[in-house]
Design a protein around this ligand. Structure first.
Ligand SMILES: [Zn+2]
Length: 180
């Protein structure tokens, strides 16, 4: 038994009318991608790969529908800034909340404070080593989370600001190659 990651990709294209300057972009390339990690036996790898491919194409029409419905989680290479004026489109709004990242920063700060435990007691055994390791993770992770939260908040406010100057709300148009 071993773990194997299979992935499949299909090319697709999209274009959109900019909500700010009204330019309709050329057809732009992107990809529908999907990967799955499964447990496979030593002699089942090829069989499992074939099954995965078959499953990808069986669910392909549903994936295309989901993308048309606004779920872009299986799309790679999708850009939502207008190539002409550079402004972001409403349909590209990210959903990562700065709040989640702040929560991460607090957790990391908690871990970083474990350093006091280590500096008071020293590293005498495996337990001490684990505590020291966690403190190190927290010390590095805390500023990283804060940095990410700041940049995410800035990105979202930039999109919101761009959106406030237009009431135009468009959706991209997609072109999928015929299903194999
Ligand atoms: Zn534009």
């Amino acid at each position: 038994m071993g773990q194997e990651t299979f992935s499949a990709r299909a090319p697709m294209a999209y274009r959109f009318k900019c909500e700010h300057c009204g330019t309709t972009t050329d057809w732009l390339p992107a990809q529908i991608s999907f990967s799955q990690t499964v447990q496979v036996g030593m002699f089942q790898k090829e069989q499992e790969r074939a099954r995965f491919q078959q499953e990808f194409w069986r669910t392909y029409p549903e994936r295309c529908k989901a993308i048309e419905g606004g779920n872009y989680s299986n799309v790679t290479g999708l850009k939502f800034d207008c190539p002409s004026c550079g402004k972001s489109q409403s349909w590209g709004m990210k959903t990562t909340s700065p709040g989640t990242l702040i929560f991460g920063a607090i957790v990391m700060l908690g871990l970083a404070m474990l350093w006091f435990v280590v500096s008071n007691n020293g590293i005498h055994n495996l337990g001490g080593l684990v505590v020291a390791g966690l403190a190190l993770v927290g010390t590095i992770g805390c500023p990283v989370c804060i940095g990410m939260a700041i940049s995410e908040a800035a990105k979202q406010s930039k999109i919101k600001e761009a959106m406030s100057t237009t009431t135009e709300r468009n959706k991209p148009e997609f072109d999928f190659p015929p299903h194999k």
